[in-house]
Design a protein around this ligand. Structure first.
Ligand code: AHR
Length: 327
């Protein structure tokens, strides 16, 4: 009899503990309005990582414009390239019981705890733009560019332009970010063995930080002698680098320069003869992400990974395309 009572007691205790571990997850994966939720029912949280580049400005505008057009309530914040700010913004959104979070992660690592908190609260997270290293079970989907492919495409441009080999510099993006890690990996995957990467330094995806990095490179290495090309992880850093190159007397076309993004600034650099190719990275993700957010609210099936279809732009039609660029 005593043994029987003890078992009942343990069972009740286990049920209580399991409920507590659920983190108060009262919200289900699909919203109360499912299966008929509309955009006007949605509160969408977008803890933007910063405002470091023209690409980022266009990405922010895409989310704000899409939310405005669809009638989605948007909770937007700018983390100023600091992961701790993004995590606080996410926690605030979890407290406000938003319907869906779109997270553009500044770096790949360190998201497990806050993703688990969102999951326990029943709030689906769509990883936007850069990737995370967290287990895929912690988020609903990833929508963004294939950063490895972008790096590979850049390498192929150098392989074509430098068949006899040479040396290149790399101006890399934010250390530990999915964009910088992926582009660096892809570049190394495809670069011919006869082309060496002489040096690689980060310019944190900004013009302001790329300028002194390029100046330091030019103190150390002679353009055209020690290196023949530069792979630059985004157009903003490219524009910062051009300032340093101009000041050092380098002329457009003296070096083979490949950048990433395809912003208006990048197109102008192709028109001016500085960039020989610009690998596209599309920031206009708002409509796609919000469409997926609505599907999640309605409990519909979604793809776990959606990679943006992109291309490479060249100087030959850059002047013609420049006025049509949306960012
Ligand atoms: O993650 C996308 C990258 O971040 C873009 O290439 C860059 O311009 C931005 O800052």
């Amino acid at each position: 009899m005593f043994r029987y009572k003890k078992h009942i007691f343990l069972l009740v205790l286990t049920v209580i503990l399991l409920a507590a571990c659920g983190g108060g997850g009262t919200k289900s994966e699909q919203a109360d309005c499912a299966p008929n939720c509309e955009y006007t029912d949605m509160t969408f949280c977008y803890p933007q990582l910063g405002a470091e580049s023209d690409w980022r400005t266009a990405n922010t505008a895409s989310f704000k414009e899409t939310a405005g057009e669809l009638g989605v309530r948007l909770i937007f914040s700018d983390a100023q390239q600091k992961q701790e700010n993004q995590i606080s913004a996410m926690r605030s959104c979890i407290q406000q019981e938003v319907d869906v979070i779109g997270l553009p992660p500044v770096v790949e690592d360190g998201w497990d705890a806050v993703l688990t908190e969102a999951q326990n609260a029943g709030i689906p997270v769509i990883i936007v733009d850069r990737s995370v290293s967290a287990d895929t079970s912690l988020y609903a989907s990833h929508i963004g560019s294939d950063m490895v492919l972008e790096g590979e495409r850049a390498a192929e441009e150098f392989n074509k332009a430098m068949p006899d080999g040479g040396a290149v510099l790399e101006l890399s993006g934010t250390t530990g970010s999915g964009a910088a890690v992926g582009r660096a990996e892809g570049f190394r995957n495809k670069l011919n063995d006869n082309i060496t990467i002489l040096d690689s330094q980060t310019g944190n995806f900004t013009r302001a930080e790329a300028l002194p990095v390029m100046q330091a490179f030019l103190q150390k290495y002679t353009p055209g002698v020690d290196f023949q090309g530069i792979f630059i992880h985004n157009d903003d850093m490219g524009i910062g680098a051009i300032e340093a190159l101009k000041a050092a007397g380098v002329q457009p076309g003296d070096l083979f320069i490949v950048s990433v993004d395809g912003t208006r600034g990048g197109f102008q650099a192709m028109v001016d003869g500085w960039f020989q190719a610009d690998v596209e990275c599309n920031p206009l993700l708002g409509p796609q992400v919000m469409e997926m957010a609505l599907k999640l609210m309605n409990g519909e099936e979604i793809d776990r990974e959606v990679l943006t279809n992109e291309t490479v732009y060249y100087p030959d039609n850059a002047a013609e395309l420049l006025p049509t660029r949306k960012y």
